[in-house]
Design a protein around this ligand. Structure first.
Ligand code: ARG
Length: 572
């Protein structure tokens, strides 16, 4: 059930009856939800086309409006139609939603959706920049699974490039004991290996040889590489576990896994007649890609030295995703600098017939995470800030807040709550921003109990739960009728019934901030209801009805946060 769609359809029909042709009415929820009504705003445009007075047309629309869910309608301003839904209808829907595992959300047609996210290069440990793709991708996965899709997580980690030559050459120089200590900190390991390469030309030459040997399947190199990759994957998995990210080892589809497919890919592109040799490299030229100088821009599939670039692996990955995984859709959660890369990947894949009109492969780009001073995130030494350290700091900072807010909590409660609040705050800071722009990572804002933050929402949730505790009522087994009379009750009911609309809006362009915005507004409307409508002091029927409203609010808040990968606690 989707309130907006129901109203949209009814108004559209009424507009047609009144003589309007063409575009359906656009119906928007009232900008201020506490008004407790929807406002149809498609009449003015239609009136203009018909050469009619908009208020006159609105009157005709109201006359033929077939919307039993509406208690009353009125014309507002130059020709808007305000639709007040019947409180009895809202109450009935709410009772149904309360018992519905999907909380009123209808499952769309089931699709197979590949979500390509996180995907760090395994040469180094994950850094703060990986927070974006990891948190956004995981939210998309959770939302899509909730909607009933067949979701395939793909962690397309980089494990095969030139940088591994240096690491392997360095690893080979160390004895076994050193190796374990050195590999504890991949960041340092990477720095040491790079330093060796710049200091010693013989080492650098050896490093280049190692890449060739590795890609040629040399046993010694493969064994060293395996040790290194294993350590690096364990690092990643530890970060995922710490941050409650649903990726596991089973979701790994590293670049190296496509290695065998690359010569086949070349052959296929050659047979399809789109492969061109240019300065010794094998390329695909498509008209839509031109460089600044207007010259055609190649998609390089094999370099002149015989090596396969990133492009080749991604094309093989597209083939795998359509032909083997049968993906209807693939979402690539990768930074904005790779926009051209993915445009080329998808265009070449279309030209080669790996993608057709029915498959929806999309790059979902995102901007940078900046420090409060607007600069890029680096340590004082200029190294990347490790994501693992950031997560630890989030929990440490949250613990101070939790201890200050509620000093009487036991230590183990404090531990659990600060983990949920700290990690939640960090993810929410990410997810509540527009994906495509840069944003500033600021501890004080994200950990605030006020404003559009995880702690605020998590706290709102505990407030609701504490009502039940004080009432001595078990929320799940509570029975009774919902009656909506107070305007704050109606506003809350309507907002709760807009959960399906919010989810639909999120999946249009996979902007999680739409869901955050919804949850934030819901919490605000709940708080207003909580202040205006006494619960425990009300008469029995009202008390039950209000407790039932509280229960739906708690369920939607918990589910909504859960879809963002954020947990809740019972007290804070
Ligand atoms: N490893 C890449 C990087 O760190 C991201 C991979 C994204 N996924 C893909 N299919 N190319 O830039």
């Amino acid at each position: 059930m989707n309130l907006k769609t129901t109203i949209d359809d009814a108004v559209t029909k009424a507009l047609r009856k009144a003589g309007a042709k063409g575009s359906p009415a656009v119906v928007k929820p009232a900008a201020r939800a506490e008004f407790g009504h929807y406002q149809a705003n498609g009449v003015m445009g239609a009136a203009k086309k018909l050469g009619m007075n908009p208020r006159e047309l609105a009157a005709r629309v109201i006359e033929s409006l077939d919307l039993p869910q509406a208690a009353s309608t009125e014309i507002a301003g130059p020709g808007f139609i305000n639709i007040h839904l019947d409180p009895a209808y809202l109450a009935e829907e709410l009772a149904r939603v309360r018992r519905d595992a999907m909380l009123g959300v209808a499952r769309p047609a089931r699709q197979t959706i590949v979500v390509d996210y996180s995907a760090p290069n395994l040469a180094k440990e994950m850094h703060i920049g990986h927070l974006r793709t990891t948190a956004i991708g995981d939210a998309i996965v959770r939302i899509s699974e909730f909607l009933g899709h067949n979701v395939i997580r793909v962690n397309h980690v980089g494990d095969w490039g030139a940088q591994f030559g240096r690491l392997l050459a360095y690893l080979d120089e160390l004895d076994a004991v050193d190796t374990t200590t050195e590999l504890k900190d991949l960041e340092k390991f990477y720095q040491h290996a790079s330093a060796r390469a710049s200091a010693d030309p013989a080492f650098a030459a050896r490093a280049r040889e190692y890449v060739v040997r590795l890609q040629g399947g040399d046993a010694r190199c493969l064994a060293l590489w395996q040790t290194f990759i294993e350590t690096s994957i364990n690092h990643c998995q530890a970060v995922y576990d710490k941050m409650d990210i649903t990726l596991t080892r089973a979701d790994l589809a590293p670049e190296s896994s496509y290695n065998d497919k690359l010569p086949v890919l070349i052959e296929d592109l050659r047979q399809k007649g789109i492969l061109v040799e240019s300065d010794g490299a094998l390329c695909v030229f498509l008209d839509e890609f031109k460089g600044k100088d207007g010259k055609p821009l190649p998609a390089i599939i094999r370099k002149s030295d015989g090596g396969y670039p990133y492009m080749a692996t991604d094309l093989a990955a597209v083939q795998h995703r359509t032909q083997t995984l049968h993906a209807d859709k693939a979402l690539y959660v990768v930074g904005a600098p790779q926009t051209l890369h993915f445009q080329q990947v998808f265009a070449v894949a279309r030209a080669a017939g790996y993608l057709d009109e029915k498959t929806d492969f999309r790059h979902l780009p995102f901007g940078n995470i900046l420090r409060p001073d607007g600069k890029m995130f680096k340590t004082r030494e200029g190294a990347d800030v490790k994501l693992s350290d950031v997560a630890d700091e989030a929990v440490t900072r949250a613990r101070e807040l939790v201890a200050a807010k509620n000093p009487d909590l036991s230590d183990s409660d404090k531990d659990e709550i600060s983990r949920v609040v700290g990690i939640g705050a960090m993810k929410y800071a990410e997810l509540s921003k527009n994906r495509t722009t840069d944003y500033i990572f600021d501890w004080n804002t994200m950990l605030s109990f006020e404003g559009n933050t995880a702690p605020y929402l998590q706290y709102a949730y505990t407030r609701i739960r504490s009502v039940f505790k004080r009432a001595g009522v078990d929320a799940d087994s509570l029975e009774g009728d919902i009656t909506l009379t107070h305007e704050n009750e109606i506003a809350l009911a309507m907002k709760l019934l807009q959960f399906p609309e919010a989810l639909e809006a999120v999946t249009e362009d996979y902007q999680s901030n739409v869901l955050c915005g919804y949850l934030y507004e819901l919490s605000g409307i709940f708080m207003a209801f909580y202040e205006q409508c006494p619960i425990l002091k009300a008469d029995d029927a009202t008390r039950t009805s209000r407790l039932l409203l509280c229960d739906v609010a708690a369920k939607i808040l918990k589910q909504g946060l859960g879809l963002l990968g954020i947990s809740t606690v019972e007290q804070m």
